[in-house]
Design a protein around this ligand. Structure first.
Ligand SMILES: Nc1ncnc2c1ncn2[C@@H]1O[C@H](COP(=O)(O)OP(=O)(O)OP(=O)(O)O)[C@@H](O)[C@H]1O
Length: 265
């Protein structure tokens, strides 16, 4: 790589343009455009009903938008409009290049499969076959997310909420995805458990250089994890920029309310 190539900005990993989704007459999200570069973490905040989950569901292929394009730089293939991918192609993308961390770990884990099995399933789904290696990798990830190896063969239903969430994170990161979607990853957990989980997430995201889109009500979460921030209100993006800039010097009156905590999101 020459000096000019080193200095050139990385091409976008994800490019979203004019994305709209309505439910009948009800606006879900409207005219959303942004880009994410490899390794970048984008936070999305806004009050309840502002369209965060709708946007995340469209981006991660769980919901079909009414208009707009979502271009993803697929490994070995280059930029593709994910809305034109076939269903098997999109499923493969979701298993390999992407991770999805749900607010409720029950939505992202198989509760009747052991903790080790929950992690090992992902590498198996993309071709890993050697049982010893799969188990070793699963245990390596259990260690990374601070789950006692003695619990490898236990089902997640016997885990606490915080442990389940850490297991869900390990399950998603084991295949080293390039983009992870997270919906309120610390929601529903005790404050002390949230703080530890956030620390862990921050370390893993940095170590792996993974890009992430994090939807949250919690400004502390974006302050700690997100490079850039998008603020949504009534389905639209009303302000976006570097996280510290938006939070320290908010321009839109709604963002000012959010930051001054007058408004409970
Ligand atoms: N399945 C649905 N049918 C009809 N309207 C919906 C549906 N899902 C969402 N909406 C509407 O779309 C708008 C955006 O909702 P969305 O769930 O995306 O917001 P949100 O910001 O994620 O809210 P929350 O923080 O409460 O999860 C809201 O007005 C909501 O009522």
């Amino acid at each position: 790589m020459n000096a000019i190539q080193k200095l050139a900005p990385k091409p976008p990993l994800l490019e979203v343009s004019g994305l709209c989704k309505s439910y009948g007459g009800q606006i879900g999200c409207r005219d959303i455009s942004f880009t994410i570069r490899p390794g970048e973490v984008l936070g999305i905040v806004g009050e309840s009903g502002s369209g965060k989950s709708t946007l995340l569901a469209c981006l991660s292929g769980q919901l079909a938008p009414d208009a707009g394009t979502i271009t993803y730089d697929m490994q070995g293939r280059g930029p593709v409009d994910i809305l034109t991918l076939s269903e098997p192609e999109r499923r493969r993308l979701a298993r390999t290049d992407w991770g999805i961390v749900h607010q409720n770990p029950r939505d992202g884990l198989r509760m009747d499969v052991s903790a080790g099995g929950n992690i090992g399933e992902r590498p198996m789904a993309i071709g890993a076959r050697h049982y010893g290696n799969i188990r070793a990798e699963a245990q390596d990830w259990l260690k990374k997310v601070e789950i006692d190896l003695a619990r490898t063969d236990d089902q997640p239903r016997t885990f606490s909420g915080g442990m389940q969430q850490r297991l869900q994170i390990a399950r998603n990161l084991v295949t080293r995805p390039r983009l992870v979607f997270m919906d309120e990853p610390t929601g529903g957990l005790d404050v002390s458990v949230q703080a530890r989980l956030l620390d862990l997430l921050r370390g893993l995201v940095r170590e792996l250089g993974v890009a992430a889109i994090i939807v949250t009500h919690d400004l502390a979460v974006v302050r700690l994890l997100a490079d850039r921030l998008m603020v949504m209100q009534r389905g639209r993006v009303i302000e976006q920029g570097l996280t510290d800039q938006v939070l320290d010097d908010p321009h839109h009156p709604y963002t000012q309310l959010l930051v001054s905590s007058v408004l409970q999101v």
